[in-house]
Ligand binder design. Structure first.
Ligand code: HEM
Length: 180
């Protein structure tokens, strides 16, 4: 993953648990990197190792940690230099979810090696959609990250939603029933 993602994990840990906890995380996985260069690509195992160590040191279950990171990421992006890109796609929570592929395509101009996720939305009634998620990172439990991302998107609009995780259809990692 691009360093921006790992840097956001660092920022979340320091905000919620302090600098000392971050030092312990680095020590636990024997990582000597002080700051992640946002445009540098790090092996996905670095992100996995970081999350594993944070989970063990904070006693937060990996799936809960990933969900919290998803919510955190939406606000991290909103307060970053990508604020205007994010806001240009954000007319409503569902509108933003429907535009995530276009958003990541736009970001590909800046992050040329981006292995972007893909989402598509099936309307299931007035207050319910099914969000389909595909990724090349099938070995990582990123569906729990997406639960947080979806909740974070609604939170960004001062709304809330209920998310149920379901197995994905063929070629997908997962799908989510989102009620709002
Ligand atoms: C302006 C805001 C955003 C920026 C700058 C951004 C940027 C990125 C970057 C750099 C990665 C790493 C991919 C790689 O290194 O190959 C990534 C991954 C990802 N992004 Fe975004 N993103 C943004 C918004 C969102 C939002 C709102 C969602 C909500 C669903 C989202 C969903 C994901 C997911 C699930 C991944 C994990 C990659 C995977 O599934 O394989 N992103 N994004």
């Amino acid at each position: 993953m691009y360093g921006m993602v790992n840097q956001a994990i660092k920022s979340m840990v320091i905000e919620n648990h302090g600098e000392k906890m971050w030092d312990s995380v680095l020590q636990k996985i024997d990582l000597k990197i002080l700051d992640f260069a946002p445009f540098e690509q790090y092996d996905d195992s670095v992100t996995g190792d970081l999350l594993g160590a944070i989970s063990q040191l904070t006693n937060i279950m990996p799936i809960d940690l990933l969900e919290s990171f998803g919510i955190y990421w939406v606000f991290y992006a909103k307060n970053s230099e990508y604020k205007s890109i994010l806001e240009s796609f954000a007319d409503s929570p569902i509108g933003l979810i429907e535009s995530l592929d276009s958003l990541h395509s736009r970001l590909q101009l800046l992050f040329s090696g981006l292995s972007a996720p893909s989402f598509w939305v099936e309307h299931n009634g007035p207050n319910e959609v099914i969000v389909h998620y595909a990724t090349v990172r099938m070995q990582m439990p990123l569906e729990y990250f997406v639960i947080g991302l979806l909740k974070g998107i609604f939170k960004m609009f001062n709304q809330s939603c209920h998310v149920t995780l379901l197995p994905g259809d063929e070629g997908e990692k997962a799908k989510f029933v989102v009620r709002y």
